[in-house]
Design a protein around this ligand. Structure first.
Ligand code: 26W
Length: 836
């Protein structure tokens, strides 16, 4: 204990920090708000009122979180419960203010208090920047999981990086994507609390030195390192109205205060100070690739920095509570690795246990193998992380030695199970041999973990009979499935207040904690009066979306049209191109005058392309150019509109999902691990048009065949078709597709940029097109036509919409987390004592 805490704890007034609970009524909070606004922030009402109102309100709410935060920590300490640490390079949290209000149950009180001061809550909320510390699905999943863990009162802490710059801002100019830096911390972040007292020192570079002591015990020292400090910033994660507040701990890199004395004395003082700067680069920016590895040294630095700091933090806390005895460590701790990005943790935990806490190899390995669990999020080979051995040798020499040793022992195990099967040893080795040998991070994660899971049933199946087949043969019980979910607090209760109130009135508010209760809605699908109210709410939500689209895309969507939406990262496997081909087909029909029984349609597409992914960028350009041509053609008036929404992010999805009729989930079967946007749309009553891929399969099982628009090949069908795939034959024999291709190839959408879309066209016509866009075209447009017809039958559509929401209970992240806890983490819920 530090002298100061000692002093405080032993002081006769030691409980002088046990403050009375803060008021939760409108008046009490308005008092705090005014004090923060005027005194803490020092503002008058004429200084940029709204921005500072956002700050003052955030601090007001943060106080109420901090109160509960301490109680939660104390309860976990007292219970001495088992804990889980969710290690992730990404946490896509979005905005915190509305979430804090909802989970604290303070919506009404805050709105009333502000109203009495003449302030509009909604306007204040819109001043909060998104915390965009993630690329897409994987990062947002981590955020939904934290919400569920807190809501279920599970002792789970998130560990991540405090990137100075989050996901880039996407700006569209001349139809093309440009990236702008997202300096989200510029004006400070009221939701974080710096904790310099828990700073850690992280080694890089240097060399190792082995020695044997006089008892013959071998030990290794990692020396001559260049160290970087890791300073933690804690973000509160409130549970839903249960007084639990968990922690997301984000590490910021900082230079040590040591100078390079040689340089200093050689007179290059500025250089030696400038070097310190480099240390801080580690947490400067989130890498924006979401499906292909980048191989950059800085990225490996980020990964090790997260792993090392987080593990040190966990071990420090263990020693504080249990002393230097690690015999029960594995019973009480679990690390969940969010993809392979933090997989170096396997070796780093070994290193810290052996080199810093004197455990023997076997004891340390037992702990690693009982505490690490790994989640895989992708089947795409180009996304599987591999790091050059030479990079490891230079940056993390001690870690490389440990990986080699793990591999040697592992391959011995493989050899004893399959004697003489050298090919299997080569396949399963953690090191891919070759001109520039590589460390296979997924294999390191599998070997070091007791659990390996995929994120949807199909995905987990494909993992065990594809990518991880050999490992499944060796350790079949290690592999399991945990189908993803999303939190209904943010993705229904918070973002869709109209529907929330209708649900509460109809079936009570139990669904906010237990989404399976939405089942009680099913009978109401047959009730015309209820359907009318459902329709009215959807139209209101569509109106909100119309306003966003008008403002951001300068395109006017007519309210009575079917709103057909695809928002997600731009990637060939997600097949935004297939969507565009369908839109061109509709446009072509309009131009031909083939508009009998037409359903007016508005197509919205949004998403970011990785900055170096040229094909994805060309697809964005194509979408924008097709949209321009269509929207500018008077013949399409009232029939067809298309828009590309720039800078798609969490806070935009909160407007998009409630206003969507048709959810596009059209990836090539076998490629989308799960998808989670599909679940957000379903919850909000959109109907899916989708392939048998990822969680779509389970969505269809839940909602029933008749409430889902299915098309396309199966995953097995895709693989079987590869040998004799003939897109040019398909195009030639399908007049609709031929006309679409003719339009594309004639330069109709090029806006005078000749050849602008040649690569896209070539990809569709390529017999080796891995995504087989042409193969699914015919079935896709036929099923789109069925969807259009269904939409014209309003009562039928409403019935389908209600049943989609009613049957979405399975896709709550509460269900997912309950399964993680039951099968992997084995946690008990711990409720904090409330001081109130
Ligand atoms: C190495 C760079 C990199 C970065 C991120 C490679 C791969 C990723 C992620 C795997 C990308 C991602 O977000 N994957 C998505 O994870 C979601 C949550 O499980 C799934 O629902 C999506 O299907 C999957 O694409």
């Amino acid at each position: 204990m530090s002298p100061l805490t000692d002093l405080i704890k032993n002081h006769p007034n030691a409980n002088c920090f046990d403050l009375p609970p803060l008021p939760l009524d409108a008046e009490g909070m308005a008092d705090d708000f005014r004090r923060y606004y005027a005194h803490t922030l020092g503002r008058d009402c004429d200084d940029q009122t709204i921005y500072y109102a956002y700050k003052a309100l955030s601090i007001t709410l943060r106080d109420r979180l901090v109160e509960r935060w301490k109680n939660t920590r104390n309860a976990y300490d007292e219970a001495d419960c088992k804990r889980t640490y969710y290690l992730s390079l990404e946490f896509l949290m979005g905005r915190a203010l509305s979430n804090a209000m909802l989970n604290l149950g303070l919506n009404d009180a805050v709105a009333q208090g502000l109203y009495e001061m003449g302030l509009a809550l909604e306007e204040i909320q819109d001043n909060e920047p998104d915390a965009g510390l993630g690329n897409g699905g994987l990062g947002r999943l981590a955020a939904c999981f934290l919400d569920s863990c807190a809501s279920l009162q599970l002792p789970v802490r998130g560990y991540g990086l405090r990137y100075e710059y989050g996901m880039f801002r996407q700006v569209i100019e001349g139809g093309e994507q440009h990236e702008e830096p997202d300096h989200w911390l510029r004006d400070g972040n009221p939701w974080e609390l710096e904790r310099p007292e828990f700073t850690q020192r992280i080694p890089f570079g240097g060399r190792t030195e082995a020695s044997t002591d006089r008892f013959g015990r071998k030990s290794v020292r990692w020396i001559d390192t260049s160290d970087v400090l890791a300073v933690p910033y804690d973000v509160p994660v409130p549970g839903y109205r249960n007084d639990t507040v968990n922690t997301l701990r984000l590490w910021k890199a900082a230079a040590t205060d040591e100078f390079n004395l040689d340089e200093f004395n050689a007179g290059s003082y500025p250089e030696s100070v400038a070097q310190k700067n480099a240390a801080e680069h580690i947490t400067m920016v989130l890498y924006p690739n979401d499906a292909s590895e980048c191989g950059e040294e800085l990225r490996l630095r980020q990964q090790f920095f997260l792993a090392s700091a987080s593990i040190k933090d966990v071990l420090r806390d263990w020693i504080r509570r249990h002393g230097n005895d690690f015999t029960r460590f594995a019973e009480r701790n679990c690390f969940q690795l969010n993809d392979t990005h933090p997989a170096v943790s396997v070796a780093e935990l070994m290193r810290q246990l052996m080199d810093e806490h004197d455990l023997e190899w076997d004891a340390a390995w037992l702990i690693v193998r009982q505490t690490m669990a790994y989640t895989n999020h992708t089947l795409l080979p180009e996304a599987l992380e591999r790091w050059p051995v030479r990079l490891f040798r230079q940056l993390l020499p001690r870690i490389l030695e440990i990986i080699f040793e793990i591999n040697a022992r592992f391959l011995a195990e493989v050899a004893s199970r399959w004697p003489g099967d050298v090919d299997r040893q080569r396949r399963m080795s953690l090191i891919e041999e070759g001109y520039d040998p590589q460390v296979r991070m997924a294999y390191l994660a599998i070997v070091g973990s007791f659990s390996v899971n995929g994120v949807a049933a199909l995905h987990s199946e494909l993992l065990i009979d594809g990518l991880f087949r050999d490992f499944n043969e060796l350790w079949p019980r290690k592999f399991n499935n945990k189908t993803n979910g999303v939190t209904q607090r943010r993705w229904l209760a918070m973002c869709n207040p109209g529907l929330r109130e209708l649900l509460n009135e109809t079936i009570g508010d139990g669904w906010v904690r237990d989404l399976s209760q939405l089942k009680q809605l099913e009978p109401f699908a047959a009730d015309p009066a209820f359907r009318a109210r459902w329709h009215a709410i959807k139209q209101e939500n569509k109106q909100r979306l119309v306003e966003q689209v008008s403002q951001l895309c300068r395109v006017e969507f007519p309210l009575e049209a079917i709103f057909d939406v695809q928002v997600k990262r731009i990637h060939e496997y997600k097949r935004q191109l297939l969507n565009v081909l369908h839109v061109i087909h509709l446009y072509n029909r309009i131009k031909r005058g083939d508009t009998r029984n037409w359903t007016p349609r508005c197509v919205l597409i949004g998403g970011k392309a990785a900055p170096g992914y040229m094909m994805a960028k060309q697809i964005i350009k194509l979408i924008n150019h097709v949209a321009r041509t269509i929207n500018g053609d008077p013949d399409t008036a009232g029939l067809l509109r298309m828009a590309f929404m720039p800078d798609y992010r969490v806070s935009l999805m909160e407007v998009i999902a409630p206003g969507t009729d048709l959810s596009e989930q059209i990836s090539t079967a076998g490629k989308e691990a799960s998808g989670t946007g599909n679940m957000k749309f379903m919850m909000n009553g959109a109907i899916t048009i989708g392939t048998l891929d990822g969680a779509n399969i389970e969505i269809r099982e839940q909602v029933g065949d008749e409430n889902f628009f299915l098309f396309g090949m199966t995953a097995a069908g895709v693989e079987a078709r590869r040998q004799h795939y003939d897109p040019n034959g398909i195009i030639a024999s399908d007049p609709a597709l031929l006309e679409v291709m003719n339009l594309l190839e004639s330069g109709h959408f090029n806006q005078f940029a000749g050849g602008a879309f040649d690569q896209v066209i070539f990809a569709i016509r390529n017999p080796h097109d891995p995504w087989m866009t042409a193969a699914d075209f015919r079935n896709y447009i036929d099923v789109q036509e069925q969807a259009a017809l269904a939409y014209r039958d309003r009562e039928r559509w409403l019935r389908m919409s209600i049943l989609n929401t009613a049957r979405s209970g399975h896709f709550s992240s509460d269900r997912t987390i309950t399964e993680y806890s039951r099968d992997i983490w084995h946690l008990d819920a711990v409720a904090p004592h409330t001081s109130a």
